[in-house]
Write a protein that binds this ligand. Structure first.
Ligand code: IPM
Ligand code: MN
Length: 372
């Protein structure tokens, strides 16, 4: 298969983690005889610095005309701490999501067995957790009309949803549930918000078309608690944009590190793959950022194009890295491995068609190169 992939490395640790994802994809292309053509483009703070815009026209055009987008991370504290900034890196990402029509964001949550102790939550609570968040990505308060008065003393963000916006993601969530454990939990605030009541009505109607799938409802405040006290109850969580943003960071605690969470953002024509984590500017260039979220996002890209065996190989390589403790310090504070080591391990694992004996486990404790 030939795929043209736009790479938006972005800010902070974005370039280092996305480089590891590219290594994995290069290895997959080699082993499975595919052609992946990568084209780099600017987005985020780095794009603001060089062009004045967080999403230059050229970048948007490239993304519109490629098969997929692989995104590193965007954001810079320089903008976060300046409420008066007119241009922000995040605007680039939001505009890209909207322009590509990426209305469904999929974020799987499944802890790795060797990392059960890496989570601050008790093992008995997280062992066996396996759910996926379907977050609506192009509506709600993120995109409703924004206002601030001249005096800067009043502001509002309009939260809007249409039946169509709810319908299209709901079908995808139910179809996913049919391939999983047949359960959809709609998370909302229907006791207070009119938009949530619309979500409930529309989702209930659609549920009738999927009789094998159980639908239940949780208010966002309760859901935030349930994710911590009993995350095993979830299979597919369906929710609006802002609630999904918050719940997915919270859910990352189950896996032990937000550096492990990948995501796919899908539209009618386009698809974008990015880690759930932010740009972690403090870690930039230090070779300490966990590249697994980015590598797993590349695996989701492969799955999206029906390359199941290829994606499976990447998942297997990541499992091996974790099993052999070739992980960054967020997962193992005394680890001697950096971002690049994890990426090299994964790529080498994929390249070695015989997956045995290429890794010398004895070297792990002395932190020497483990790729032999
Ligand atoms: C995410 C991020 C973004 C969001 C930011 C960077 C705009 O937090 O993808 O979860 O809020 O959607
Ligand atoms: Mn977020």
């Amino acid at each position: 298969m030939e795929l043209k992939i736009a790479v938006l490395a972005g800010d902070g640790v974005g370039p280092e983690v996305v480089l590891q994802a590219k290594k994995a994809l290069h290895a997959i292309a080699d082993v499975f005889e595919h052609t992946f053509i990568f084209e780099d483009a600017l987005m985020g703070a780095v794009a603001i610095e060089r062009t004045g815009s967080p999403l230059p026209e050229q970048t948007l055009n490239l993304c519109l005309n490629t098969d997929a987008v692989l995104l590193g991370a965007i954001g810079d504290p320089k903008f976060d701490n300046n409420p008066l900034a007119k241009v922000r890196p995040e605007q680039g990402l939001l505009k890209l999501r909207k322009s590509l029509g990426l209305f469904t964001n999929i974020r799987p949550i499944k802890p790795y067995r060797p990392l059960l102790n890496a989570s601050p939550l008790k093992r008995v609570i997280i062992e066996g957790v396996d759910f996926v968040i379907f977050r609506e990505l192009t509506g709600g308060a993120y995109f409703g009309e924004k206002k601030i008065n001249e005096a800067g003393t009043y502001a509002s963000d309009l939260c809007e949803y249409s039946k169509e916006e709810i319908t299209r993601i709901t079908h995808l969530a139910f179809q996913a549930a049919q391939k999983r454990r047949n359960k959809v939990t709609l998370v909302d605030k229907a006791n207070v918000l009119e938009t949530s009541r619309l979500w409930r009505r529309v989702v209930k109607e659609i549920a009738a078309q999927y009789p094998s799938v159980d639908l239940n409802f949780l208010f966002i405040d309760n859901a935030a608690m349930q994710i911590i006290v009993n995350p095993k109850q979830f299979d597919v969580i369906l929710t609006e944009n802002l609630f999904g943003d918050i719940l997915s960071d919270e859910a990352s605690v189950i896996t032990g590190s937000i550096g492990l969470l990948a995501s796919a953002s899908l539209g009618e024509k386009n698809a974008l793959f990015e880690p759930v984590h932010g740009s972690y500017s403090k870690g930039k260039g230090k070779n300490i950022a966990n590249p697994i979220a980015s590598i797993l996002s590349a695996a989701m890209l492969l799955e999206h194009f029906g390359l199941q065996d290829e994606a499976g190989k990447v998942y297997e390589a990541v499992e091996k890295a974790i099993e052999y403790q070739v992980v960054t310090k967020d997962l193992k504070p005394d680890s001697n491995f950096g971002t690049h080591d994890v990426g090299d391990f994964v790529a080498n694992y994929i390249l070695s068609k015989d997956d045995l004996l290429y890794f010398n486990n004895d070297n792990v404790h002395i932190g020497q190169s483990t790729i032999v």
